[in-house]
Design a protein around this ligand. Structure first.
Ligand SMILES: C[S@@+](CC[C@H](N)C(=O)[O-])C[C@H]1O[C@@H](n2cnc3c(N)ncnc32)[C@H](O)[C@@H]1O
Length: 336
């Protein structure tokens, strides 16, 4: 008796919470569907051509066809897929974006939500009670590098601003990662050269190969080193030293030492450029701050005012900070 069922539902305690949670569950289920379908290769395959479940199973090496059917039916329910005869095709804005140009960052963000953030949430009660921090840095380096591409256009603007054009410039990039911002700096200023440093040997190998492939490799030395114990032949002085997306790898107690050392490497008129998500009341910052606090080797997100105060006590007196990303607490700081 449907009317009676409806009355039963309306009589349940916490009706509003129940309805709100149904909406939350749908958003969460969509993220899990997209992440699973992306990682299984289903979205990429359907992006190439609409396919039947049988064809997908053969091309993707799927050995549980009933499970694939269930997943595809969920995709249709969520309107991420549509079914035309026996052929599935991409139908949702998100699933189409994931396999389109420049969409990989969005796919990686969703994968991050359903893997790292989900693991953080699962472990959080134990972590709160003093359980061990997790080793996400090692296992998630590649995923984080992919997802941070969504911020790249905003950081590129900042890099263009700090590098300027034409003037000979010596750059020291600390924690260069893939080398993508070294590339942007080099493309902005054809007379820029310098040194890129990263802690990890594998990252240094990737950055070296990337810079060569991008045609700017000859202008940079890529060095594997911890900047806290730098090699004696680093190559100072530099006109520009950069710290992009890595200040939270340093304990705040280490900042004055780090900033003083960087200041000592600057040529007259030189600058330190730093970009980071700062602590703030946005969903991204609040979530990322918790993830940092649960990760072995990371510090909490910095507060903008603490960072600028630390730069000041370390001898920088001209400090300019700019919000780089609308709606997010990502800031660029230039300190002289
Ligand atoms: C989140 S990644 C950011 C990479 C790059 N700057 C970007 O924005 O794409 C942080 C990088 O900083 C490097 N890093 C962290 N601490 C470092 C240190 N003490 N010395 C050198 N590199 C460091 C890490 O190995 C990692 O590759």
């Amino acid at each position: 008796m449907p009317a009676r069922n409806l009355l039963t539902l309306l009589g349940q305690p916490h009706l509003r919470a129940r309805l709100l949670l149904m909406g939350d569950a749908k958003a969460l289920t969509r993220a899990y569907f997209l992440s699973s379908a992306q990682r299984a290769g289903i979205l990429a395959a359907l992006g190439r051509e609409p396919s039947s479940a049988g064809h997908l199973a053969v091309t993707l090496g799927i050995e549980r066809p009933e499970l694939l059917d269930a997943l595809l039916r969920l995709g249709v329910f969520l309107k991420e897929l549509s079914l035309d005869g026996d052929r599935y095709r991409l139908a949702g804005a998100r699933s189409k974006a994931f396999v389109g140009d420049g969409g990989d960052g969005l796919a990686a963000m969703t994968e991050e939500m359903t893997t790292i953030y989900s693991s953080v949430a699962e472990r959080l009660p134990a972590t709160l009670r003093g359980g061990p921090l997790a080793d996400y840095l090692e296992s998630s380096a590649e995923l984080v590098a992919r997802s941070s591409r969504v911020l790249e256009p905003f950081l590129k603007e900042f890099v263009n601003h700090v590098v300027g054009t034409g003037r000979p410039t010596r750059l020291l990039e600390i924690g260069c990662g893939s080398g993508t911002y070294v590339r942007h700096a080099a493309e902005r200023n054809p007379r820029l050269s310098g040194v890129a440093v990263d802690l990890r040997d594998d990252v240094v190998r990737t950055a070296t190969a990337n810079l060569a492939a991008w045609g700017v490799g000859e202008r940079f030395r890529v060095v594997a080193a911890d900047i806290r114990t730098p090699p004696p032949d680093l190559g100072a002085p530099f006109d520009l030293v950069t710290l992009y997306n890595n200040i939270y790898y340093f304990d705040p107690a280490e900042w004055p030492d780090l900033f003083r050392r960087i200041r000592g490497w600057l040529a007259p008129g030189g600058a330190l450029a730093l970009v980071s998500m700062m602590r703030g009341d946005t969903l991204g910052a609040l979530e990322f701050d918790i993830a940092c606090r649960c990760t072995e080797g990371l510090a909490p997100l910095p507060r903008l005012n603490n960072l600028t105060a630390s730069l000041r006590v370390s001898g920088f007196h001209d400090i300019e900070s700019t919000k780089l990303v609308p709606g997010e607490s990502v800031y660029g700081i230039i300190a002289r």
